[in-house]
Design a protein around this ligand. Sequence first.
Ligand code: ADP
Length: 293
Amino acid sequence: METALQSNQLTTLANENQRGLINSSAFTFSKEKRLPVLKTKMETKGLSIYYNKTLAVEDFSLSVPANQITAIIGPSGCGKSTLLRSLNRMTDLIPRTHVEGSVLLDGENLYAPNIDVVELRRRIGMVFQRPNPFPMSIYDNVAYGPRIYGVRNRVALDDIVETCLKQAALWDEVKHKLNQSGMAISGGQQQRLCIARALAVEPEVILMDEPAASLDPIATLKIEELMQNLKSSYTIIIVTHNMQQAARVSNFTAFMMLNDHKAGSLVEFGETAGLFTNPKHKQTQEYVTGRFG
Ligand code: ADP
């Protein structure tokens, strides 16, 4: 009974979300089939990721559409965070990690030898599960990245701070206390501050690893609304173990789980409404109806 209810709710959420997608302006149609034609922003090709000799993600190939929200779902331990971290080479920071295959941003392989990893992480920002504001003022948290990139002019910095805090739907709550510590605000506000900080260096893609996992339902809703507002300007990839969240916020969903080699691999990828209402694979069906995971 509970499973059926959950499944129905997910279907409704995904369908409502899909109607939002069809109304989206970032969306054009091919003449013949009236199917969406979306530009690919990122792509993984035959991506395998090892921790030491242990294969964590195997042969993962996925095209991520521009200006859409793509959710990566799957049971705990199936490699979602590992996959996400490889997309902006955060995996480089973990000792003895080894990546095979390629990750493309606008067709350019991010694992090519000549890549400037600092610049790549500017273009592909990341928001983590636990809000991690720097131990400095709200203002300085947002101005931190632009300052590193050489912005010194106070008026320009003021402008960036205000714009990014507005984009992160935080300005009205903090405009009177910009000099207060970024750590002295609520968890939900801290997470929106981290999003503002990520936006301040003008990324093209934002990776979000369970961005609402540590937040209460109201703060979660704010982050989800914010994501909807951001997607016209950014490509968003979110890892979540919360299927309701994936169904509510994402336009596309990738379902992954452990394969026979005990490595995470892609089972199914498609428009969120289709994947939740009419999955092609039995494993997807079982997962989205709560039969495992
Ligand atoms: P998920 O995000 O789906 O829960 P993870 O990507 O965190 O999965 O983990 C996938 C696998 O990789 C798990 O078996 C986990 O134990 C392993 N793993 C994750 N991080 C590390 C690490 N830093 N070192 C070694 N193994 C890791």
